[in-house]
Design a protein around this ligand. Structure first.
Ligand code: PLP
Length: 399
């Protein structure tokens, strides 16, 4: 008998309807700049209750455009969480700004509101309050946005939610992305995320001017709208470049796939929630911490992260991780703290500022393991993951 197929930590779920939707685009007149992109934008904006949506080729691009639309530039500082994908902080550097990190909360693993408050107070006395704070809804659990929004009013910063993990999630009973507590929210449609467009992202906002600016910047900084132009049109061919933009456009193929996937978003999240609840039950009693959930949140469960319990012998975390991989369990680690990446370490050395030691984030990194979780994971596969984890945790350290 061949060994069972490895179980990935995340993967897409593609239906015959998805395939048909993409095929229809291939047979249509538009592969890009047609009707599918605005249809996907309108549908997702409606779904989460935002006024405007701008679809782009990745969440990384959406984060970049969001920073640009908020006028992030040289001399500015952007703060984010160290426990995220590097795109959450790289977007500030693309704009010529500096980036700094706020340590995480020991329970939610999201940016800590207490640490943020303390850091803001210090920054105010030193005259370097951030222009933008980018909370990351890790694993699909919203940050404490009401508290963050209150701080933004006191200290005068803007908020971009990196909700790459959190399309379909809720905060205080409302969909993440409705913009009630932030300026712009960004979603990712990479295949491991909740819904996919292969590559793709979207920026949502309730501010028409921000939406218009991001739409312009995603296509070279060019406008065809007469009311944006600096002089009367020269004729039907006319367009103006008003600022330096990029080609960050989403294709029609991607948008058609995303729109088709959106019809199953609620079903995907329901399945992920059921699997997370099942993990919670099956892992009871094991020497690992299950994900804590703030009562104000309903996660989309992009990730199910466990933490091995202290005290941990040196090398134990890696040993458990490797034992799971050896059994075909595609565990992962989200994330290597961004401030420990060599590129960021070198920047800190050059800039000689900032907090290099983020104890909660670094402690988390020594203990965290993401277990497989996706909409197509079967109960039987989940049982295999749990059995492998039992075995790995009860194996004594050989070293
Ligand atoms: C995946 C991800 C991104 C980047 O998304 P892309 O669509 O791949 O560019 C940004 N931030 C977080 C937290 C992510 O998980």
């Amino acid at each position: 008998m061949s060994p069972p197929a490895p179980i990935p930590y995340g993967r897409q779920s593609i239906s015959e309807d998805d395939i048909a939707a993409v095929e229809r685009v291939l047979r249509s007149d538009w592969l890009t700049q047609g009707p599918a992109v605005p249809a996907f934008e309108a549908a997702l904006a409606r779904h989460v209750g935002a006024a405007h949506a701008v679809a782009v080729n990745s969440a990384t691009s959406a984060l970049h455009l969001a920073c640009l639309a908020l006028d992030v530039g040289p001399g500015d500082v952007v703060w984010t969480s160290p426990i995220s994908f590097v795109a959450s902080s790289n977007c500030a550097l693309y704009c010529g700004a500096e980036v700094d990190f706020v340590d995480i909360d020991a329970r939610s693993y999201n940016l800590s509101i207490e640490a943020l408050r303390a850091k803001l107070e210090l920054a105010r006395t030193q005259g370097q309050v951030p222009k933008v704070v980018i909370p990351v809804h890790l694993a699909g659990q919203s940050c404490d946005m009401a508290a963050l929004h209150a701080l933004s009013q006191t200290y005068g910063f803007r908020i971009i939610e990196d909700a790459s993990h959190a399309v379909g999630a809720h905060y205080l009973g409302q969909p993440v992305g409705n913009g009630r507590y932030s300026d712009i929210t960004v979603f990712s449609f990479h295949p491991v995320k909740i819904i996919t467009s292969a590559e793709g992202g979207m920026a949502l906002t309730n501010d028409a001017a921000l939406a218009q600016r991001m739409a312009r910047l995603r296509s070279h900084g060019i406008t065809r709208e007469a009311d944006e132009m600096t002089e009367p049109s020269h004729g039907p061919w006319y367009y103006q470049q008003l600022e330096l933009g990029w080609n960050y456009r989403m294709t029609e193929l991607q948008a058609a796939l995303g729109l088709s996937q959106l019809s199953r978003l609620d079903a995907f999240v329901a399945r992920r929630r059921a699997l997370a609840a099942r993990y919670n039950t099956l892992l009871a009693g094991l020497p690992c911490q299950r994900p804590w959930q703030h009562p104000d949140t309903a996660s989309s469960w992009h990730l199910y992260v466990i933490r091995l319990q202290e005290p941990l012998a040196p090398g134990r975390h890696r040993q458990v991780f490797e034992a799971l991989r050896a059994q075909g369990i595609g565990v992962n680690l989200h994330y290597i703290p961004i401030h420990l990446q060599p590129y960021y370490q070198a920047r800190y050395d050059q800039a000689r500022y900032g907090q290099r030691h983020l104890p909660e984030a670094e402690q988390y990194y020594r203990q965290a393991i993401s277990l497989p979780l996706h909409a197509e994971l079967s109960d039987a596969e989940q049982d295999r993951v749990v059995a492998a984890l039992h075995q790995a945790l009860h194996t004594r350290h050989a070293g």
